[in-house]
Unconditional design. Structure first.
Length: 116
């Protein structure tokens, strides 16, 4: 689906979490801010090299460890208002998008408007 960016988004994470299906991570706190962004859990790689927010529905949690049910990256897309993107997947009110320069990453759904 094609979207236009209605609000600039800048990534706050220069070294985003990237994990593969079956990988174990240390499970931290649940997101408690904006109610539109429910079901996110902060996770850290076991070697502590990367950390970031992961959608709760793609983690099997047992005590303080989680096993990823699919490949995932927490990479956010830095993008300016007025740019067009192609959305591929939505999880918890964030959309995985590809920008015009072939950069890809997550953008909050509230920053986007469907192009009709």
């Amino acid at each position: 689906m094609e979207y236009i960016v209605i609000k600039k988004h800048t990534s706050n994470y220069p070294n985003p979490l990237c994990v593969i299906k079956g990988e174990k991570v240390k499970v931290g706190r649940r997101y408690t801010g904006n109610k539109d962004w429910a079901n996110w859990i902060y996770c850290v790689k076991l070697d502590k090299s990367q950390e970031g927010w992961v959608p709760e529905q793609i983690i099997a949690i047992s005590e303080h460890l989680g096993t990823l049910l699919e490949d995932y990256t927490a990479k956010e897309l830095t993008i300016n208002k007025g740019e067009k993107v192609i959305g591929a997947q939505e999880l918890n009110r964030w959309i995985w998008c590809e920008g015009s320069s072939s950069n890809s990453g997550w953008i909050p759904k509230s920053n986007l408007k469907i192009v009709s």
